[in-house]
Design a protein around this ligand. Structure first.
Ligand SMILES: [Fe+2]
Length: 258
């Protein structure tokens, strides 16, 4: 049962084949991460990978199709989530077996030895910020009510500011509504994993540990000024090790592209 390992990847921003993002080959960067993960998997039994949104550069059907093929090289199953650059309909066409809730949101919950994993859909179509409407929050409340064990929570948009004004303006805007649902269960929520920020981050929110990654595509700079990106950032992924009483998150990086 323990130790239990899984992977956290985020923000691959996959483009249609042959296309770039900010002049950078995000597809090659994501492929490099998968290659590095495959090497790690020879000695560590990762149960699955969670990819916490911004799967596509801009929701292109060809990008999702490319992603389906790239994931074939991943040495474990992938649980895919949506971010602000994703389009639900295009995603669902490319991944027809992806779980959708009764309202069509890309949300799911499943048990693991480390706890009940709950993956939320914070996508607001056409907007860079995230929201969790009453329907999605209601779904979350039901998932929390139907079991009493530990929980690992995943969402694309962070519910709290991180200190970069351009990023804080597009965080999960109804974070306090989320907290109202989580608060009665606060003692059993082990960790919140998020994406969106394109930063290697560790912190807490209402006392619950949080973490994120640069993502594989690019990094966002820490600045009080205009939002700026760093293209030469490490191609980052996280290896998560869970015990009964603790979680260790190892940030790792693939070799830079030639
Ligand atoms: Fe992103």
């Amino acid at each position: 049962m323990y130790p239990f390992f899984f992977l956290h990847l985020t923000d691959p921003h996959i483009a249609p084949p042959g296309e770039l993002l900010f002049g950078q080959d995000t597809n090659a960067r994501f492929a490099a991460a998968i290659t590095a993960i495959a090497a790690e998997a020879s000695s560590t039994p990762f149960a699955f990978a969670i990819v916490s949104g911004d799967l596509a550069r801009d929701g292109e059907p060809a990008a999702y199709q490319a992603l389906t093929e790239m994931l074939d090289a991943l040495p474990c199953p992938a649980h895919l989530m949506l971010g602000n650059h994703d389009v639900r309909a295009s995603f669902a066409t490319a991944f027809p077996s992806a779980p959708l809730d009764a309202d069509g949101f890309c949300q799911q919950a499943f048990d693991t030895p480390a706890g009940h994993c709950i993956l939320l859909d914070t996508l607001t179509p056409g907007a860079p910020h995230g929201t969790l409407c009453a329907a999605r929050l209601g779904w979350l409340a039901e998932r929390l009510a139907e079991q009493s064990g530990p929980v690992l929570l995943f969402l694309h948009h962070p519910p709290m500011p991180i200190g970069i004004p351009g990023m804080d303006a597009i965080r999960l805007l109804d974070g306090e509504a989320l907290w109202a649902v989580l608060a009665p269960h606060r003692d059993r929520i082990r960790h919140i994993f998020h994406g969106h920020t394109h930063r290697a981050l560790a912190g807490s929110w209402h006392g619950i540990p949080t973490s994120s990654l640069r993502g594989t595509a690019f990094e966002v700079r820490f600045t009080a000024g205009k939002l700026a990106i760093e293209l030469q950032a490490p191609i980052e992924f996280a290896m998560v090790r869970c015990d009964a009483d603790g979680i260790a998150i190892h940030l790792a990086a693939a070799p830079p592209l030639a």
